[in-house]
Write a new protein. Structure first.
Length: 329
């Protein structure tokens, strides 16, 4: 008998068995972008206290599936991917003192010159994040710290491999579309990250802790929040990732701040555009008189209904909208 509840329980049990804690012995590029030095120190000193995230293993498994799918389509398109999932460590390099280790997704080989190959970082992301990422600076300066962390990750890989540039390969999780962002090695940025890493190593060696960040946008996601105890109350607060809702809230706040200006302009334009049929700049202004019938407790009136259309260089309307405003008297 197939029992959906039992199937889900067995899957959850499998994921739980794969979620294990191990001592941290080096700085990992995937973690070096986390915006809290204290958390990075805890990875070394309190690894056994780390909260197991039940969603992490399914997320990682799904990411690996997307990664292999991207590599497969690249190979079918005629591109060779070398060094896939190859581990590296700085112990025998000029960067040895920073104690960094990780695994690179791979290197894409230049079709025209097979002696050249460039590190790639493959990320499967939401459609909204995928649409937002038009150039690598969108990731470097993203409002989302985990997206900024992607930039840290590839920069460390470029530095470790002594490569002048690499590529992000971004996959839209829904449509399957791919996007390639060329990423040059950013020495100045890498110096900043290495300085932070040196600070982490010093705290670990001295058995000290850096200050807390006390950021409600970061701390609740930290697997050491229960031992760090940030200095603010988080009880009852739900932290979600919803780009569509976030953009609506941002736009709402922008418009709220300009309401007084909008109302003042609206009042002025009602008089200036009454009985006007004209073209001005990129706008076509038209309108007509509309009679409003008498209703209970409301006398008959008429108003000028204006319509504003944005026009392109050929004179065609490109945003007709409704744009109707009523000027009553």
């Amino acid at each position: 008998m197939i029992d959906p509840v039992k199937i889900q329980a067995d899957i959850d049990s499998y994921y739980a068995s794969q979620t294990k804690l191990y001592p941290c012995k080096s700085n990992r590029p995937s973690d070096m972008g986390f915006p809290c030095t204290r958390k990075r120190v805890y990875e070394f000193t309190n690894w056994q206290d780390k909260i197991k995230d039940p969603k992490s293993q399914p997320r990682m498994s799904d990411g690996k599936i997307h990664e292999m799918a991207v590599i497969d389509i690249l190979q079918k398109a005629g591109y060779q991917i070398s060094s896939h999932d190859t581990p590296f460590h700085t112990d025998r390099t000029a960067l040895a003192k920073y104690n960094i280790s990780g695994r690179i997704d791979g290197k894409i080989v230049d079709k025209d010159d097979r002696t050249k190959e460039y590190p790639v970082e493959i990320k499967a992301i939401s459609p909204y994040a995928w649409a937002d990422m038009k150039q690598v600076s969108d990731m470097k300066f993203s409002d989302a710290w985990w997206e900024r962390g992607y930039y840290v990750q590839i920069q460390i890989y470029l530095l470790m491999t002594e490569t002048e540039k690499g590529f992000f390969i971004l996959k839209d999780k829904v449509s399957g579309q791919l996007k390639f962002l060329e990423t040059p090695l950013d020495y100045e940025f890498c110096e900043k990250i290495l300085k932070e890493t040196e600070e982490v190593n010093q705290h670990v060696a001295n058995k000290t802790l850096p200050d807390k960040v006390n950021d409600p946008g970061i701390c609740p996601r930290c697997p050491f929040v229960h031992i760090c105890m940030p200095d603010y109350a988080t009880a009852g607060i739900e932290f979600i990732e919803d780009r569509v809702l976030l953009e609506k809230i941002r736009r709402y706040e922008e418009l709220k701040g300009s309401m007084s200006e909008y109302n003042a302009l609206d009042k002025m334009l009602k008089d200036q555009l009454k009985e006007k049929q004209m073209s001005i700049g990129e706008f076509l202004i038209t309108g007509k008189w509309v009679e409003r019938k008498e209703m209970p407790a409301q006398p008959a009136t008429k108003y000028w209904a204006k319509k504003i259309q944005r026009i392109d260089k050929t004179g065609a309307a490109v945003s007709p909208g409704d744009g109707t405003e009523k000027v009553s008297f």
